[in-house]
Design a protein around this ligand. Structure first.
Ligand code: SF4
Length: 325
């Protein structure tokens, strides 16, 4: 949960998670939908799917007990070098390194190495790890990076490494590690079909098990080639997406809502929601959720924003219609 997410944000999710899944078998036996719903709001859903797959793997292959061996830990789905090193050293006292972003920064500065590669970091961190207290050592390095050797204005005067730090001597602290430009990601525009019935419920369907937002619930959508599409094209695409998903729509009324943007790790998505009016029941295997409070299903963050905007628009149009019948 803490990968790319702050502790303060995680705490309530962590508590709720442990209440629902108090041990590994409870998580391993849960339905994927329930796991995703419990994760809802934390983002980066791949972590939830990996955690679930990892629990099932450990239950099946290791009798429900987390293995102690580093190689076996790395064999668990979703467990990479960092997680394996952290678990092996902190939980089982194995003298192995755990290199996260904070440790990378500390080591880069300690050796004044501008471009630390993964193998360089593994080697250096492996040489430094304290064989008697590897878990404490790794946590100390992570904490040093999180609290003192921070990305900007590191507190070198308060740092226990100040007398041996090469970057401190060279005055290059803030230049280490050198920053690579943020990776450019492709931009994709989607026409999003928000099909609403007269009770303010909208049609959503479960996304495929593979690909973007796999297994989560979302409004039907269609990729638009033109980043600045005109209104007829948008409506056409949105209606087509609804039809493909099994939701029937009326020609009118319909409204184009403000765009919602969301950056994924590999994609910048621009969603253009189109509010459409339902024409009877749906034929697909989607569900109708109340736009005002779409709870109970794992809806990604951007979809929730779309739902909120659609609800605000729906209420306004209803009120206008009542006032001007
Ligand atoms: S002396 Fe400064 S740059 Fe070096 S490790 Fe400590 S805080 Fe980081």
């Amino acid at each position: 949960m803490l990968q790319q997410t702050r502790v303060k944000t995680v705490i309530p999710y962590y508590r709720a998670w442990l209440k629902r899944f108090p041990d590994l078998p409870a998580l391993a036996d849960a339905e994927p939908d329930e796991v995703l719903a419990q994760w809802e709001g934390l983002g980066y859903y791949r972590r939830a799917r990996s955690l679930h797959a990892g629990a099932a793997f450990v239950a099946e292959r290791h009798g429900g007990r987390i293995p102690r061996d580093l190689a076996e830990l790395k064999g668990i789905p979703g467990v990479g070098d960092y997680t394996a090193g952290a678990v092996a050293s902190i939980a089982f006292g194995r003298p192995v390194p755990a290199v996260d972003g904070n440790v990378r920064r500390v080591l880069s500065r300690l050796y004044d190495e501008p471009t630390p590669t993964a193998s360089w970091l593994r080697e250096r961190a492996g040489l430094l790890v304290d064989p008697d207290r590897p878990g404490d050592w790794n946590q100390a390095l992570m904490d040093l990076g999180a609290t003192i050797c921070t990305p900007r204005s590191p507190g070198c005067d308060a740092c226990p490494l100040t007398s041996v730090c090469a970057a401190r001597v060279a005055g290059t602290q803030e230049l280490r590690p050198s920053r690579s430009a943020r990776r450019a990601v492709p931009a994709v525009t989607f026409a999003v079909s928000v099909v609403v019935d007269r009770w303010g419920r909208a049609f959503v369907r479960r996304r495929p098990d593979k690909g973007l937002l796999a297994g989560l619930w979302a409004f039907p959508e269609a990729v638009i080639g033109d980043p600045t599409p005109d209104e007829p094209a948008l409506v056409r695409q949105a209606r087509h997406a609804a039809k493909e998903a099994g939701a029937r729509t009326r020609e009118r009324p319909r409204w184009i809502l403000d765009v919602v943007r969301h950056r994924f790790t590999h994609l910048m998505a621009t969603y253009v929601p189109v509010l459409l009016t339902a024409a009877g029941a749906s034929a697909g295997d989607g569900r109708w959720v109340p736009l005002e409070r779409p709870t109970g299903l794992a809806l990604p963050r951007a979809q929730r924003k779309i739902a909120a905007a659609a609800w605000a628009a729906f209420e306004t149009k209803e009120t206008d219609a009542d006032a001007n019948p």
